[in-house]
Design a protein around this ligand. Structure first.
Ligand code: BTN
Length: 327
């Protein structure tokens, strides 16, 4: 284990640790401890206080993610063959997409404490500071064609909103295709990537980012209204339990979708549609289309009523922006 990791694992309790104690525990000099503290501060953007006479203290304690603990808390442990947890990674989606290209793939989940290039939809970044939120991806192989998996990201959205409801966040809603909002502020984003031939099989990577306890400072680069799980529940967060709960929901949704497609999810999606019957603007590349959102069809396409006609729009570059409420 690297010195930095050992140091962080000691400081993670949020208590003071003297330089002398850290130096003897890690078998290095106090100067080396100081150098490594500096690295932790810049690499993971962690607030570590240095107080003379007391030592070093992390501004708040963090429950680090642990694959064994997550596996032990899964509702159906046999649904995933491997879980990995990383301290830092560029992107959990990118990591699994590379696996798809390089080897035989199996159902594999990856969590990270920090992503240095988290990927969002529409080429955006997903801001991923260390230790506060959940960032995970699941690699899953479907014996299906790309056409058959249209709508899968909507099914995953439904599964996550239902999990949030079970945890007492009943005001979570879906913004087509799969953003999760609370009172119009984004709580969770889902990014689906796939690789395969037109006749199948397909490798799908489902990436999920949930704001759990994001600080205002870490979030200053987010360019849209956002909200965090902890601000809604106002309760201490058990990160490994949450990781297992959300992963279990996604795995179950993947199995259910593989067997029955979008059908079992469609009504559940419609019940939680944030923009249902609202006037909206769709951005389709450079084009902007206005109309009334009328839910989704059997494939998960957005139904937009414009000049008395229902049009279907498929996922891609489409963005929804609220306009005035429809009558
Ligand atoms: C969105 O823009 O709404 C989708 C965001 C998806 C973010 C998650 S975080 C885990 C996984 N890894 C990534 O790089 N992106 C997804």
């Amino acid at each position: 284990m690297s010195v930095q990791r050992q140091l962080l694992e000691t400081l993670i309790d949020g208590k003071f640790h003297s330089g002398e104690h850290l130096a003897s525990a890690l078998g290095i000099t106090r100067a080396a401890i100081w150098k490594n503290i500096k690295v932790l501060q810049s690499k993971y953007e962690l607030d570590i206080y240095a107080v003379s006479g007391k030592g070093y203290q992390l501004s708040q304690s963090i429950e680090l993610l642990d694959s064994d603990v997550i596996i032990s808390k899964l509702s159906l442990p046999n649904t995933v063959s491997e879980i990995e947890t990383f301290f830092t990674i560029d992107s959990t989606n990118r990591y699994l997409m590379k696996k798809v290209l390089s080897s035989e793939f199996h159902c594999h989940a990856v969590f990270a404490e920090q992503q240095t290039s988290g990927r969002g939809r529409h080429g955006r970044n997903w801001i991923s500071p260390f230790g506060g939120n959940l960032y995970f991806s699941v690699l899953y192989s479907f014996q299906r064609t790309p056409r058959d998996v249209t709508g899968l990201s909507l099914a995953v959205g439904v599964a996550i909103v239902e999990q949030l409801e079970r945890q007492g966040i009943e005001s979570a809603k879906l913004k087509w295709p799969n953003d999760i909002l609370v009172d119009g502020r984004k709580l969770c984003g889902i990014l689906l990537e796939m690789h395969g031939e037109s006749h199948g099989p397909l490798a799908i990577v489902v990436g999920v980012g949930i704001n759990i306890s994001m600080s205002e400072n870490a979030a200053k680069e987010i360019d849209q209204p956002w909200v965090s799980y902890q601000s809604l529940t106002q309760a201490p967060v058990a990160r490994n339990q949450l990781a297992a709960d959300f992963l279990s929901s996604v795995l179950l949704a993947l199995h259910e979708f593989e067997q029955n497609g979008l059908e079992p999810f469609r009504e559940r999606w419609l019940q939680r549609d944030y923009y249902m019957d609202s006037n909206v603007k769709l951005q389709l590349g450079d084009r902007e289309i206005t109309g009334i959102a009328r839910g989704i069809d059997q494939q998960g396409a957005l139904l937009l009523e414009s000049q008395g006609q229902l049009q279907r729009y498929y996922s891609g570059e489409i963005r929804l922006r609220p306009a005035r409420p429809a009558r």
